[in-house]
Design a protein around this ligand. Structure first.
Ligand code: AP5
Length: 217
Protein backbone atom coordinates (compact mmCIF):
# COMPACT_ATOMS: atom_id res chain seq x y z
CA UNK A 1 0.00 0.00 0.00
CA UNK A 2 1.06 3.58 -0.65
CA UNK A 3 -0.26 5.96 1.94
CA UNK A 4 0.35 9.56 2.96
CA UNK A 5 -0.35 11.07 6.38
CA UNK A 6 -1.84 14.54 6.35
CA UNK A 7 -2.58 16.68 9.39
CA UNK A 8 -1.47 19.53 11.65
CA UNK A 9 1.65 19.48 13.87
CA UNK A 10 1.20 17.21 16.88
CA UNK A 11 -1.68 15.25 15.33
CA UNK A 12 0.16 11.93 15.85
CA UNK A 13 1.41 11.28 12.30
CA UNK A 14 4.89 10.19 13.40
CA UNK A 15 3.47 8.00 16.18
CA UNK A 16 1.12 6.19 13.80
CA UNK A 17 3.77 5.84 11.07
CA UNK A 18 5.96 3.98 13.59
CA UNK A 19 3.03 1.73 14.58
CA UNK A 20 2.26 0.90 10.90
CA UNK A 21 5.92 0.08 10.39
CA UNK A 22 6.00 -2.21 13.45
CA UNK A 23 2.66 -3.92 12.63
CA UNK A 24 2.87 -4.28 8.87
CA UNK A 25 6.53 -3.62 8.02
CA UNK A 26 5.47 -0.67 5.89
CA UNK A 27 8.48 1.49 4.99
CA UNK A 28 8.24 4.99 6.50
CA UNK A 29 9.41 8.15 4.80
CA UNK A 30 9.29 11.13 7.19
CA UNK A 31 10.39 14.42 5.63
CA UNK A 32 10.79 16.05 9.07
CA UNK A 33 13.11 13.23 10.25
CA UNK A 34 15.06 13.25 6.96
CA UNK A 35 15.57 17.02 7.14
CA UNK A 36 16.67 16.84 10.81
CA UNK A 37 19.08 14.02 9.89
CA UNK A 38 20.54 16.15 7.08
CA UNK A 39 20.95 19.02 9.49
CA UNK A 40 22.70 16.80 12.07
CA UNK A 41 25.10 15.50 9.38
CA UNK A 42 25.80 19.06 8.20
CA UNK A 43 24.81 18.40 4.58
CA UNK A 44 24.14 21.28 2.16
CA UNK A 45 20.43 20.39 2.23
CA UNK A 46 20.41 20.39 6.05
CA UNK A 47 22.08 23.81 6.18
CA UNK A 48 19.60 25.24 3.69
CA UNK A 49 16.59 23.76 5.49
CA UNK A 50 17.61 24.72 9.05
CA UNK A 51 16.45 28.36 9.06
CA UNK A 52 13.03 27.52 7.60
CA UNK A 53 12.48 24.77 10.18
CA UNK A 54 13.56 26.92 13.11
CA UNK A 55 11.13 29.64 12.01
CA UNK A 56 8.30 27.12 11.62
CA UNK A 57 8.09 27.70 7.86
CA UNK A 58 8.01 25.10 5.12
CA UNK A 59 11.28 24.22 3.40
CA UNK A 60 10.98 25.24 -0.30
CA UNK A 61 9.15 22.75 -2.53
CA UNK A 62 12.06 22.06 -4.90
CA UNK A 63 14.39 21.03 -2.04
CA UNK A 64 11.88 18.70 -0.40
CA UNK A 65 10.60 17.22 -3.66
CA UNK A 66 14.18 16.51 -4.80
CA UNK A 67 14.83 14.76 -1.47
CA UNK A 68 11.68 12.61 -1.90
CA UNK A 69 12.54 11.74 -5.49
CA UNK A 70 15.94 10.48 -4.31
CA UNK A 71 14.36 8.61 -1.37
CA UNK A 72 11.81 6.84 -3.58
CA UNK A 73 14.63 5.38 -5.68
CA UNK A 74 15.54 3.23 -2.64
CA UNK A 75 12.00 2.56 -1.38
CA UNK A 76 9.88 -0.52 -2.13
CA UNK A 77 6.46 -0.11 -3.75
CA UNK A 78 4.67 0.01 -0.37
CA UNK A 79 5.28 2.94 2.01
CA UNK A 80 3.77 5.50 4.33
CA UNK A 81 4.81 9.14 3.94
CA UNK A 82 4.70 11.22 7.10
CA UNK A 83 4.85 14.96 6.38
CA UNK A 84 4.91 14.88 2.58
CA UNK A 85 3.24 16.32 0.58
CA UNK A 86 2.52 19.61 2.37
CA UNK A 87 1.60 21.88 -0.54
CA UNK A 88 -0.47 21.38 -3.68
CA UNK A 89 2.75 21.65 -5.75
CA UNK A 90 4.29 18.80 -3.69
CA UNK A 91 1.14 16.68 -4.12
CA UNK A 92 1.24 17.17 -7.90
CA UNK A 93 4.96 16.28 -7.94
CA UNK A 94 4.24 13.11 -5.94
CA UNK A 95 1.41 12.11 -8.30
CA UNK A 96 3.80 12.54 -11.25
CA UNK A 97 6.59 10.53 -9.55
CA UNK A 98 4.22 7.67 -8.69
CA UNK A 99 2.63 7.72 -12.16
CA UNK A 100 6.11 7.25 -13.65
CA UNK A 101 6.58 4.16 -11.43
CA UNK A 102 3.09 2.90 -12.29
CA UNK A 103 2.27 2.74 -8.55
CA UNK A 104 -0.45 5.30 -7.68
CA UNK A 105 -1.29 6.41 -4.15
CA UNK A 106 -3.91 4.29 -2.32
CA UNK A 107 -4.96 6.58 0.52
CA UNK A 108 -4.42 9.93 2.22
CA UNK A 109 -5.07 9.60 5.96
CA UNK A 110 -6.25 12.93 7.35
CA UNK A 111 -5.65 13.42 11.11
CA UNK A 112 -8.27 15.89 12.39
CA UNK A 113 -7.75 17.56 15.75
CA UNK A 114 -8.52 20.68 17.82
CA UNK A 115 -5.71 23.24 17.81
CA UNK A 116 -5.59 23.75 21.62
CA UNK A 117 -5.16 20.00 22.24
CA UNK A 118 -2.33 19.80 19.69
CA UNK A 119 -0.47 22.75 21.22
CA UNK A 120 -0.62 21.03 24.63
CA UNK A 121 0.66 17.76 23.13
CA UNK A 122 3.65 19.40 21.51
CA UNK A 123 4.60 21.20 24.72
CA UNK A 124 4.71 17.78 26.44
CA UNK A 125 6.56 15.88 23.66
CA UNK A 126 10.03 14.46 24.32
CA UNK A 127 11.91 12.71 21.50
CA UNK A 128 14.86 10.35 21.21
CA UNK A 129 16.80 12.13 18.44
CA UNK A 130 18.62 8.91 17.51
CA UNK A 131 15.53 6.74 16.87
CA UNK A 132 12.74 9.31 16.52
CA UNK A 133 10.69 7.52 19.26
CA UNK A 134 8.50 10.05 21.06
CA UNK A 135 7.05 10.23 24.56
CA UNK A 136 4.52 12.57 26.07
CA UNK A 137 4.84 13.70 29.66
CA UNK A 138 1.02 14.00 29.92
CA UNK A 139 -0.16 10.80 28.27
CA UNK A 140 2.82 8.49 27.71
CA UNK A 141 5.73 9.46 29.99
CA UNK A 142 9.04 7.56 30.02
CA UNK A 143 9.70 5.51 33.20
CA UNK A 144 12.66 7.76 34.05
CA UNK A 145 12.20 11.43 33.03
CA UNK A 146 14.46 12.38 30.10
CA UNK A 147 15.52 8.76 29.33
CA UNK A 148 14.20 6.46 26.58
CA UNK A 149 12.71 3.25 28.09
CA UNK A 150 13.83 1.24 25.06
CA UNK A 151 17.49 2.11 24.53
CA UNK A 152 18.36 4.27 27.58
CA UNK A 153 19.27 7.21 25.28
CA UNK A 154 18.60 10.84 26.25
CA UNK A 155 15.29 12.46 25.32
CA UNK A 156 15.15 16.06 24.10
CA UNK A 157 12.49 18.63 23.30
CA UNK A 158 12.44 19.79 19.67
CA UNK A 159 13.46 23.41 19.13
CA UNK A 160 10.44 24.00 16.89
CA UNK A 161 8.09 22.89 19.72
CA UNK A 162 8.54 26.27 21.48
CA UNK A 163 5.06 27.91 21.78
CA UNK A 164 5.80 30.78 19.35
CA UNK A 165 7.14 28.39 16.68
CA UNK A 166 4.22 25.99 17.19
CA UNK A 167 1.82 28.91 16.57
CA UNK A 168 3.66 29.68 13.33
CA UNK A 169 3.64 26.01 12.23
CA UNK A 170 -0.13 25.82 12.82
CA UNK A 171 -0.69 29.00 10.79
CA UNK A 172 1.50 27.64 7.95
CA UNK A 173 -0.44 24.36 8.08
CA UNK A 174 -3.79 26.17 7.71
CA UNK A 175 -2.58 28.28 4.79
CA UNK A 176 -0.37 25.90 2.81
CA UNK A 177 -1.21 22.30 3.77
CA UNK A 178 -4.93 22.21 4.60
CA UNK A 179 -5.92 22.75 0.94
CA UNK A 180 -4.63 19.19 0.39
CA UNK A 181 -7.69 17.88 2.26
CA UNK A 182 -9.83 18.97 -0.72
CA UNK A 183 -7.19 17.83 -3.19
CA UNK A 184 -7.33 14.24 -1.89
CA UNK A 185 -11.08 14.31 -1.24
CA UNK A 186 -11.65 15.15 -4.91
CA UNK A 187 -9.29 12.30 -5.86
CA UNK A 188 -11.46 9.93 -3.74
CA UNK A 189 -8.49 9.01 -1.53
CA UNK A 190 -9.22 10.85 1.72
CA UNK A 191 -9.74 8.86 4.95
CA UNK A 192 -10.53 10.96 8.05
CA UNK A 193 -9.37 9.90 11.52
CA UNK A 194 -9.99 11.55 14.88
CA UNK A 195 -6.49 12.57 15.96
CA UNK A 196 -7.68 13.18 19.53
CA UNK A 197 -8.77 9.60 20.10
CA UNK A 198 -6.56 7.21 22.08
CA UNK A 199 -3.39 6.05 20.22
CA UNK A 200 -4.69 2.46 19.86
CA UNK A 201 -8.10 3.61 18.63
CA UNK A 202 -6.40 5.74 15.97
CA UNK A 203 -4.24 2.86 14.76
CA UNK A 204 -7.23 0.48 14.63
CA UNK A 205 -9.16 3.01 12.55
CA UNK A 206 -6.22 3.38 10.14
CA UNK A 207 -5.68 -0.39 9.86
CA UNK A 208 -9.41 -0.92 9.17
CA UNK A 209 -9.46 1.80 6.49
CA UNK A 210 -6.36 0.43 4.77
CA UNK A 211 -7.73 -3.13 4.94
CA UNK A 212 -10.98 -1.98 3.32
CA UNK A 213 -9.03 -0.10 0.64
CA UNK A 214 -6.91 -3.17 -0.11
CA UNK A 215 -9.96 -5.44 -0.32
CA UNK A 216 -11.57 -3.01 -2.79
CA UNK A 217 -8.51 -2.85 -5.07
P1 AP5 B 1 7.67 17.47 10.98
O1 AP5 B 1 8.74 16.83 11.78
O2 AP5 B 1 6.99 16.67 9.91
O3 AP5 B 1 6.62 18.08 11.99
P2 AP5 B 1 5.01 18.20 11.95
O4 AP5 B 1 4.30 17.81 10.70
O5 AP5 B 1 4.74 19.59 12.39
O6 AP5 B 1 4.52 17.11 12.84
P3 AP5 B 1 5.07 16.74 14.24
O7 AP5 B 1 6.26 15.85 14.10
O8 AP5 B 1 5.24 17.96 15.09
O9 AP5 B 1 3.81 15.98 14.84
P4 AP5 B 1 3.20 14.55 14.55
O10 AP5 B 1 1.88 14.71 13.87
O11 AP5 B 1 4.20 13.64 13.90
O12 AP5 B 1 2.91 14.10 16.04
P5 AP5 B 1 3.65 13.00 16.97
O13 AP5 B 1 3.30 11.64 16.48
O14 AP5 B 1 5.08 13.34 17.20
O15 AP5 B 1 8.23 18.77 10.25
C1 AP5 B 1 9.07 19.68 10.92
C2 AP5 B 1 9.48 20.79 9.97
O16 AP5 B 1 10.19 20.25 8.83
C3 AP5 B 1 8.33 21.59 9.33
O17 AP5 B 1 7.87 22.63 10.17
C4 AP5 B 1 9.01 22.13 8.05
O18 AP5 B 1 9.85 23.20 8.35
C5 AP5 B 1 9.89 20.96 7.63
N1 AP5 B 1 9.20 20.04 6.70
C6 AP5 B 1 8.86 18.74 6.94
N2 AP5 B 1 8.23 18.23 5.87
C7 AP5 B 1 8.18 19.21 4.94
C8 AP5 B 1 7.60 19.29 3.63
N3 AP5 B 1 6.98 18.26 3.06
N4 AP5 B 1 7.73 20.47 2.97
C9 AP5 B 1 8.35 21.52 3.50
N5 AP5 B 1 8.90 21.51 4.75
C10 AP5 B 1 8.80 20.38 5.46
O19 AP5 B 1 2.82 13.24 18.32
C11 AP5 B 1 2.94 14.46 19.06
C12 AP5 B 1 2.87 14.15 20.57
O20 AP5 B 1 1.58 13.65 20.89
C13 AP5 B 1 3.88 13.07 21.04
O21 AP5 B 1 4.32 13.40 22.33
C14 AP5 B 1 3.05 11.77 21.06
O22 AP5 B 1 3.52 10.87 22.05
C15 AP5 B 1 1.65 12.31 21.42
N6 AP5 B 1 0.55 11.57 20.80
C16 AP5 B 1 0.50 11.07 19.53
N7 AP5 B 1 -0.69 10.50 19.28
C17 AP5 B 1 -1.43 10.66 20.43
C18 AP5 B 1 -2.76 10.28 20.80
N8 AP5 B 1 -3.61 9.66 19.93
N9 AP5 B 1 -3.19 10.61 22.03
C19 AP5 B 1 -2.37 11.26 22.90
N10 AP5 B 1 -1.09 11.62 22.63
C20 AP5 B 1 -0.64 11.33 21.38
Amino acid sequence: MRVIFLGPPGAGKGTQARILHERFGLETISTGDLLRENFARGTALGKEAEGYMQRGQLVPDDLVTGMIEHELEHTPDGFVMDGFPRTVAQAQALDALLARRGTPLDAAIYFKGRRSALVARLAARWTNPRTGRTYNTLTDPPKVPGIDDQDGGPLVQREDDRPETVAKRLEVYERQTRPLVDYYRKAGKLVEVDALADVNAVSERIAAALGAQEAAS
